[in-house]
Design a protein around this ligand. Structure first.
Ligand SMILES: Cc1cc2nc3c(=O)[nH]c(=O)nc-3n(C[C@H](O)[C@H](O)[C@H](O)COP(=O)(O)OP(=O)(O)OC[C@H]3O[C@@H](n4cnc5c(N)ncnc54)[C@H](O)[C@@H]3O)c2cc1C
Length: 597
């Protein structure tokens, strides 16, 4: 405990020094002797936050690498784990970056190299190249799953449950796609939890909300499947070892308190599914760093194989039963999102100035072309969603916008929208206010500085200048530039609604659950936020059995699709918390369908 604290304080100091000096990397201590071992520390800017890397040396060899990283579980953390192990095992810094986690990989490599230099070691001696894993030129399986994110892993697990052999083809160096960085919020009417919170709900209400949220342009058949099978899908995930918190909440843009929070967020799903799949080594093969390039049909028109590239070399995966497309959306592909931007956001240029919340490399829309080349119909590509909860510049999401007990304020400190509105309504209102706004909460939402908001604690966010706190409303106003009188008035109108003094406010906000509580005392918190490109609702047209359809509405034999690569489920605006439900519900259907003889 004592050591841990000392380490934390020391690394806080390092970060303060880095900030003060404005350096990309900063060597802090050299040669702190610890018996025969020598420890060198170096702080670098990683993906989510600065990271201090300690390298422990003995007799001129790397014996351990330790970090205080705040990188995303399953992405940056995974890269650090894999690369540190390889560096120690091979005594080298010449490790290849993990595809999809390059920022973290380079940061780690740079910091370890700096430590070796500081130790007076010749870094030229730490350049051994590790041979790359070779794949066979051809794999024969029953089900091929293209994309190892949420929908792909669910489909693979469902196919395994149906008795099939599966190959997962994933272009990144790890599994999880954008799902692994997601909040993992899952909508389902759930009497067990909702009754306890006094929330009335039903499949019919969920269906109506999903259609209303999608502006009625969703495929009603697909919405029926999603809403009627969401709870069953959640229980299926529980069967895979994922646990959900006891209370439901409203996910931002979720329109109703039926959002389930999984422990571990999106990473929780990926970790549980990976664990399940790894238990079947004879039936499941995972090919990472392998990019699908083409779907192959036989003479009858059935999709029977996937052609891919691994380290520039061709690999063919033959699938005797079926192929599932699960390659995710295209929210991070600036070129594609501009090309298709003729819908809700047509007045806005969706260039790189608008950040993306997604895993950049995963969400490039590769699967659209692959499926279209195989005859699939692509629908509703102009339906692009912006999310109000992006961090300025990076788009990284935190837990601030979702849940209850927070208000959205313009830079002057005034409320301007019903926080429970749909995401397109929220983002349009934010742009009207200039594009940046504050989310304000207090100790009710964040009981202590140690409360975790996604990757960072609230205390760390404050330390890094990503959030501000004030014991009083006036102190918070002073730190954020909001007008203290307006800030107080905004909190008062919110409090009037949640305490029942007024039924609704000028924006239509009403008390939604017994968890809505007034903000009456500090500490108060604020974080700046911007809209960020988040989800692409259009994609491959499917039917209720997740079969891929051509332009005439005929199923393409052997081809299935699930998750964000598909279109039709969400209409023009996805309801918050329906993305993961989509991944699980249709991933299961696609995997089981592809495994059928
Ligand atoms: C930050 C964030 C938070 C979110 N929070 C929530 C939430 O709380 N609740 C909710 O309902 N929704 C949420 N969403 C949306 C939801 O997470 C996504 O819609 C969903 O996870 C997409 O899953 P997927 O499997 O379809 O795609 P992904 O998880 O992106 O997986 C696609 C995979 O395919 C791989 N791939 C792509 N092309 C190829 C190729 N050519 N060859 C091989 N592999 C390829 C990618 O690398 C990736 O691993 C969130 C999204 C983000 C980005």
């Amino acid at each position: 405990m004592g050591n841990h604290r000392a380490f934390f304080l020391r690394s806080s100091l390092f970060r303060a020094l880095v900030a003060a000096l404005g350096t990309a990397g900063f060597l802090v201590a050299s040669g702190a002797e610890a018996g025969p071992n020598t420890v060198y520390s170096y702080t670098v800017e990683a993906h989510n936050a600065p990271m201090t890397v300690d390298v422990i040396l003995k007799d001129g060899k790397i014996v351990n690498i330790l970090t205080d990283n705040r990188e995303s579980p399953g992405v940056g953390k995974k890269a650090i784990e894999l690369l540190s192990k390889a560096m120690i095992e091979h005594q080298t810094v010449a490790v290849d970056a993990i595809t999809g986690a390059t920022v973290t990989s380079f940061a780690l490599r740079g910091a370890v190299t700096a430590n070796l230099k500081a130790a007076g070691l010749d870094t030229a001696k730490f350049q051994t190249k590790i041979p790359k894993a070779e794949l066979k030129p051809e794999y024969a399986t029953e089900v091929a799953v293209v994309g190892g994110g949420g929908a792909g892993l669910v489909a693979a697990a469902a196919a395994v449950e149906a008795g099939a052999r599966v190959v997962i083809i994933e272009k990144l160096g790890y599994l999880g796609g954008s799902t692994v960085v997601s909040g993992g919020g899952y909508n389902a009417p759930d009497p067990e939890r909702q009754d306890r919170q006094g929330i009335e709900d039903s499949v019919e209400k969920f269906y109506d909300d999903t259609l209303r949220g999608g502006h009625g342009t969703n495929d009603p058949e697909l919405v029926k499947v999603l809403t009627s099978r969401a709870l069953e899908g959640m229980h299926w995930m529980e069967g895979k070892g994922l646990a959900f918190k006891p209370k439901v909440t409203t996910i931002v843009g979720g329109l109703y308190p039926r959002g389930h929070s999984a422990y571990g967020g999106g990473y929780g799903y990926v970790a549980a599914l990976e664990k399940f799949l790894r238990a079947y080594p004879d039936r499941v093969t995972v090919l990472t760093d392998t990019t699908a390039k083409k779907l192959v049909k036989d003479a009858s028109g059935r999709v029977v194989a996937v052609e891919a590239l691994h380290n520039g070399k061709p690999v063919t995966i033959r699938a005797s039963k079926g192929v599932v497309m699960a390659t995710g959306g295209f929210a991070a592909n600036v070129e594609l999102r501009q090309k298709y931007n003729t819908g809700v956001w047509k007045e806005l240029v969706l260039d790189e100035k608008i950040p993306s919340t997604n895993n950049f490399k995963a969400s490039q829309g590769d699967g659209l072309k692959l499926a279209a080349d195989a005859g699939a119909d692509l629908i509703n590509l102009s339906d692009i969603q912006l999310h109000p909860g992006g961090a300025p510049k990076t788009g990284i999401m935190s837990s601030w916008p979702s849940g209850r007990n927070r208000i959205f304020l313009n830079t002057a400190g005034e409320r301007f929208v019903n926080e429970d509105a749909a995401r397109d309504t929220l983002c349009k209102a934010i742009f009207k206010e200039g594009g940046t706004y504050w989310i304000v909460s207090n100790h009710v939402k964040y009981p202590s500085l140690a409360t975790v908001s996604k990757n960072l604690t609230v205390g760390e966010m404050i330390e890094l200048g990503q959030a501000f706190s004030g014991e009083t409303i006036e102190e918070l106003a002073g730190k954020t530039g909001m007008d203290p009188t307006k800030l107080r008035a905004s909190i008062d109108t919110y409090n009037a609604v949640v305490t029942g003094k007024t039924k609704t406010d000028a924006f239509g906000f009403t008390k939604a659950t017994s968890d809505d509580r007034p903000m009456t005392e500090g500490p108060y918190y604020a974080t700046p936020m911007v809209p960020a490109v988040h989800h692409t609702m259009g994609g491959i047209r499917i039917d209720r059995d997740a079969r891929v359809l051509d332009a005439n509405g005929n199923a393409i034999p052997g081809l299935f699709a699930a998750g964000e690569v598909t279109g039709g489920v969400h209409g023009a605006n996805r309801v918050g918390g329906n993305g993961i439900a989509d991944v699980v519900v249709f991933g299961r259907i696609a995997g089981a369908g592809a495994a059928e003889p």
